[in-house]
Design a protein around this ligand. Structure first.
Ligand SMILES: [Zn+2]
Length: 347
């Protein structure tokens, strides 16, 4: 038996594939943490102090092992020049694509995260949490979207995918992907330099629900490998997020070199375990809407138990939602998620 570990030690041992006492738990809960706030969405998500305090209050309530600090999917796009719109009850979204067409790629300007209110808020919230509890809890400051998803926001998903399907715009598309990779690296390095424990790249648009595995291999994988090489080191881990049914690309995802792969309930758990065992840590895969938001406590327990049974043996597993939790997720269901890791996830 191993001695009781801090949350930070437990997460780091898991990710380094070293022995640990039990399965750690993350919460992808930024929308939950701010749901009671009376401020407008714009004010809320641009306020680093408020985001940090809300995350801290949530940690005091639930005691999870890993904090995921973010404010949606629009921050890095904003730093690249996209306009953001704020809708009630929603995370910020991009107003419209930045480029009129792919021939304008060379006109893109170097992003400045410090000039983007959304990026600045995540940086400030992350720093606040590191100062408060970073000595015992794993703090992941999310560097937002990965190269392909960011390219979709900048060029518009239709324009980009029509270009990919035609196969005639590869020069411009690869130039755009080099630009978005560099933008991601620049933002992620800020989190590394502040002593954060890890960061993440969201690549929802690379899911087989959106593009084919062949397209993934050509337009996503090489850039995921590039950002991983640039950002990750022995003390700073990259978490790579693709939701939807990723069964067909989970082997390729493991080739990115990212220390953590975030995956969703739609992905076959045994395939995910096979693809990553002894190599990479999996994070997920409980259904955030169907189970954690709308399910009963018994359904949460059944889903967590099953996930732990398949994914925990041999280590390399962090239990949590497969994607962002809706703001009104019942706290009792989150309590049960935590309890399951403690009861069923012991090594
Ligand atoms: Zn997702």
């Amino acid at each position: 038996m191993y001695e009781e570990m801090t949350s930070l030690e437990r997460c780091q041992a898991t990710i380094r594939l070293e022995p640990h006492d039990r399965v750690p738990v993350d919460l992808h809960n930024f929308m939950m943490t701010v749901v009671d706030e009376k401020l407008s969405p714009a004010k809320l998500y641009q306020d680093g102090q408020l985001l940090g305090e809300a995350q801290l209050a949530s940690w005091k309530r639930f005691g999870h092992d890993m904090l995921i600090v973010e404010n949606g999917t629009a921050a890095l796009a904003e730093a690249c020049g996209c306009e953001v719109s704020y809708l009630p009850g929603s995370a910020p979204v991009i107003e419209r694509p930045l480029l009129a067409d792919l021939s304008k790629v060379s006109s893109l300007k170097k992003p400045d995260p410090w000039n983007s209110p959304l990026c600045k808020a995540v940086i400030e919230a992350t720093q606040f949490l590191l100062d408060q509890i970073g000595d015992r809890v794993f703090v992941m400051g999310r560097a937002d979207q990965g190269p392909f998803s960011l390219a979709c926001m900048i060029a518009g998903p239709e324009t980009l995918m029509v270009g990919m399907a035609a196969g005639e715009n590869d020069e411009e598309i690869f130039e755009l992907l080099r630009y978005t990779s560099d933008a991601f690296i620049l933002y992620a390095q800020i989190f590394r330099e502040m002593g954060c424990h890890g960061t993440s790249a969201g690549e929802a648009q690379g899911s087989p629900d959106v593009i084919s595995p062949a397209m993934y291999e050509k337009y996503c994988l090489p850039y995921a490998q590039k950002i991983t090489r640039a950002v990750q080191n022995d003390d700073f881990f990259l978490s790579y997020h693709i939701c939807g049914d990723t069964t067909k690309i989970i082997d390729r995802m493991a080739e990115t070199g990212a220390a953590i792969l975030e995956f969703d309930y739609k992905c076959d758990k045994s395939s995910a375990k096979r693809a990553t065992a002894g190599k990479t840590t999996l994070l997920g895969p409980i259904d955030p809407s169907g189970v954690l938001h709308h399910g009963s406590i018994a359904e949460v327990e059944a889903a967590c138990r099953e996930a732990i049974e398949v994914l925990a043996p041999g280590g390399g597993f962090i239990l949590g939602p497969g994607c962002a939790l809706p703001g009104t997720t019942p706290p009792e269901n989150i309590d049960k998620l935590l309890e399951c890791a403690k009861v069923y996830g012991k090594y």
